[in-house]
Design a protein around this ligand. Structure first.
Ligand code: ADE
Length: 239
């Protein structure tokens, strides 16, 4: 899977793409990330990428030409279908389902929005999907772009140690994850639930499922409406 990130802060991405799962996925060739400076696609000698808004008002707006030219340049170098995303607080809110949808694409271009906004014509001309990472405003779209790359990369086959780990994640079946423990068995009087030490895999599986549902009910009851539950589990929640 190939990601192309269009930004006016290319240096932002150096370290995060070298670490942990993303770093390993790139090293193994499972994903490939290109960082492109939008400034390189500006048309004037000062490489201007923003300008004041028509109609007046504070702040600057990202110009249409450099972004459209950058998208077209990247698209021109790709053979397969490309999906273009714009990061903006006005977009569809990212969730596990959208991440899974995006993981089906082989090429994603992510345009990092900045300033007070992006010229509306960028959206009309080249953007397929506007994505928000939550109801709060960040300085720009660089962190959201990394969030998208991270969430999608985890779903690319072969990226996680075993395909099981992504399947057990919070949200994968619409539920939050069960509580996890590792050594030591006891710390400051807090002990690991006996069942996890029992070696009885079926019982452990059942306990984890119950804890997932309990936790989701307590913390995110909104998720239960769409979660995949058995009739028995649905009844248990009602009681
Ligand atoms: N740019 C600024 N804030 C953002 C957010 N919450 N999601 C996506 N892009 C953004």
């Amino acid at each position: 899977m190939r990601f192309d990130i269009l930004t006016i802060f290319p240096d932002f991405f150096g370290s995060p793409l070298k670490q942990s799962i993303l770093g390993k996925a790139i090293e193994k060739g499972l994903i490939d990330v290109g960082i492109h400076n939008i400034r390189d696609f500006a048309l004037d000698k000062h490489n201007t990428t923003d300008d004041s808004p028509y109609g007046g008002g504070d702040g600057m707006v990202m110009k249409v030409e450099p972004i459209v030219r950058a998208v077209e340049a990247v698209k021109g170098s790709r053979k397969s279908e490309v999906k273009v995303i714009l990061t903006t607080p006005q977009g569809r809110q990212l969730n596990q389902q959208i991440a899974a949808e995006l993981a089906q694409s082989s090429n994603l271009i992510i345009i990092c929005g900045r300033y007070e906004g992006v010229d509306e014509r960028v959206k009309e001309l080249v953007v397929d999907m506007e994505v928000s990472i939550g109801d709060y405003v960040l300085g720009g779209g660089e962190i959201p772009a990394l969030v998208i790359v991270d969430a999608v990369t985890r779903l690319v086959p072969g990226v996680l140690g075993s395909d099981m780990s992504a399947r057990d994640d919070s949200f994968s079946e619409g539920l939050l994850e069960y509580p996890q423990y590792t050594r030591p068995e006891s710390f400051r009087g807090l002990t690991v639930p006996d069942i996890l030490l029992s070696g009885n895999h079926q019982k452990i599986k059942n306990w984890r499922r119950r804890e997932s549902i309990k936790r989701t009910l307590e913390r995110r009851p909104d998720l239960l409406e769409k979660a995949q539950l058995t009739e028995e589990e649905k009844k248990a929640i009602k009681n």
